[in-house]
Ligand binder design. Structure first.
Ligand SMILES: Cc1cc2nc3c(=O)[nH]c(=O)nc-3n(C[C@H](O)[C@H](O)[C@H](O)COP(=O)(O)OP(=O)(O)OC[C@H]3O[C@@H](n4cnc5c(N)ncnc54)[C@H](O)[C@@H]3O)c2cc1C
Length: 477
């Protein structure tokens, strides 16, 4: 059993199948240097999250007679090599939909096959994958709402019933060493724990239990970043310390499939978005390089020193727009950003600053604890309007009115930008509107203690409409 982004020992498709079909099962995890060596920072919360989750998984497997064999190297060679040394008949894993992962699995599968070892993969990350949900014409959906309706029509209890372990036994390998430390794999400790994240299956269970108490209010609260409206379970879904089936089961138990059950129904819809973007990535891998709608590849983005500076200011949370800057601080300080704010800052980068969404996508990929290529790419292409079911290009978020709507009292802004704490409520969304006298009264000086707005939104909006006009001439009917 080769674990990857499924770091749990219960309700686990591949492990359950391995224990059904095999008599003796070894469990393996590889810290893949193909991925780790490319990470920009040597202190990365995600690596620490994985390591701590592995310690818990190893303990759980040991308690069942097995244990985890952990390697640091290139999975493409480590897995076939270990499989041969352990003398196994087959390697089992859960399916992954990223192009790079699919390529890796194809290479591992071929190397295993060459020595007579089978490679089998199972659906676990998603509720539905591959061709499970297709249009009547037998094609993948490219619009979310009909996809969600078809997804819901197809859903039965079997889709959320937990996978049970088979009669096979877990065995410990003599090749297993103690788990490596962060230093052993070339990383150092982060502020993961201090930022309130509890890794592992226990962290996932705790997070879910806490969220179930808020689920009924999810629809009303989810858009307000100062309120604990969301589940914050994305990092657990990312690394599989919770199974998506268990979350669907919890949503259904809370009435998600009943008419008029706002919170649970809306939340289940978010889990469907997750499946949707896995499906898009799987069927349309070109989105990794460019726009889902090729006409949008013709857009000319800002470039040169001024654009580089604007991008650096966006990353640093110094655009002068308080909610945008507070959101970027949240990302930097915690590795998380609220969904509404992800949409806002992505729109701001591509439509107010005119900067290629792929730069923002890459920055998020470095910073987000829950970074998932499918959802991240989907979210960025949605905001930049180049995606499959994106918002129209002429719909451009106004960073001030978004702030007034979703952080009305400026509570979130003040949490992440304490330098604005003294700004009166009526100016907190646009402090540059204060007179000199008002600035002095609250000790916030625009352009000195806090940045002046990097762009004028109305002018930026007009430039964006011109920039995007090219898609009208290129659009393929
Ligand atoms: C520009 C942009 C980038 C994003 N990048 C990522 C990313 O790298 N990884 C990621 O998991 N999500 C991403 N999202 C989606 C969403 O913002 C996060 O999933 C959500 O904020 C996580 O918080 P939560 O766990 O409290 O979510 P909840 O509101 O509790 O939702 C439950 C779960 O549903 C899934 N989900 C929710 N919204 C979406 C969505 N729009 N697309 C796909 N899945 C969704 C997540 O797994 C989430 O944990 C991105 C959105 C945007 C606009």
């Amino acid at each position: 059993m080769w674990f990857r982004r499924d770091l749990r020992d219960t309700d686990h498709a591949a492990l359950s199948q391995a224990l059904r079909r095999g008599r003796r099962v070894y469990c393996v995890f590889v810290f893949d240097r193909e991925i780790l060596d490319r990470l920009e920072q040597r202190a990365d919360r995600r690596v620490e999250f994985i390591l701590e989750s592995l310690a818990e998984l190893d303990a759980a497997l040991r308690a069942r007679g097995g244990g985890l064999l952990v390697r640091h190297g290139w999975a493409v060679s480590e897995i076939p090599c270990l499989a041969r040394r352990l003398g196994v008949a087959a390697v089992f894993a859960n399916r992954d939909y990223e192009p790079g992962a699919k390529q890796r699995d194809a290479a591992v599968g071929a190397a295993l096959q060459a020595t007579g070892i089978a490679f089998e993969s199972f659906k676990d990350q998603a509720v539905f994958d591959g061709n499970d949900v297709l249009t009547q014409a037998g094609r993948p959906y490219t619009v979310f709402t009909p996809y969600r309706n078809a997804w819901l029509r197809r859903l039965t209890e079997d889709d959320w019933r937990p996978h049970q372990a088979g009669p096979g036994v877990l065995v410990a390998s003599s090749l297993a060493n103690a788990l490596p430390s962060l230093t052993d794999i070339g990383f150092s400790r982060t502020d993961l724990r201090a930022s309130g994240i509890v890794p592992g299956m226990s962290g996932g269970r705790r997070g879910l239990a806490s969220f179930l108490g808020r689920l009924a209010r999810y629809r009303e609260q989810r858009d307000f970043p100062a309120v604990d409206g969301g589940s914050y379970l994305s990092v657990h879904l990312r690394f599989g310390t919770l199974s998506v089936r268990s979350l669907v089961g919890a949503a259904v138990a809370a009435g998600a499939l009943r008419e008029g059950n706002g919170g649970a129904t809306t939340w289940l819809g978010e889990l469907v978005w997750r499946d949707f973007y896995f499906m898009i990535l799987d069927h349309f891998p070109h989105v990794v390089r460019g726009a889902f709608k090729p006409a949008y590849d013709a857009i000319e983005w800002e470039s040169g020193p001024a654009a580089d500076e604007a991008f650096a200011a966006w990353c640093a949370g110094r655009t002068g727009y308080p909610l945008v800057d507070a959101a970027m601080q949240q990302l930097k300080q915690t590795g998380y950003m609220h969904n509404r704010l992800r949409m806002l800052v992505a729109s701001f980068l591509s439509k107010d600053l005119g900067i290629d969404w792929r730069l923002g996508e890459a920055y998020f990929a470095c910073q987000l604890n829950d970074f998932d290529l499918s959802a991240n790419n989907g979210g960025w292409q949605w905001a930049a309007s180049s995606g499959c079911d994106a918002q129209p290009y002429f719909r451009i978020f106004n960073p001030v009115t978004q702030s007034e709507r979703f952080d009305p009292a400026g509570k979130f802004i003040r949490r992440y930008l304490p330098e604005l704490a003294g700004v009166p409520d009526k100016f907190i969304h646009a402090p540059w509107r204060m007179t000199q006298h008002e600035q002095q009264a609250c000790a916030v000086l625009i352009g000195r203690t806090t940045p002046a707005p990097l762009v004028d939104h109305d002018q930026a909006r007009r430039r964006t409409l011109e920039r995007y006009a090219v898609v009208k001439t290129r659009a393929v009917p």
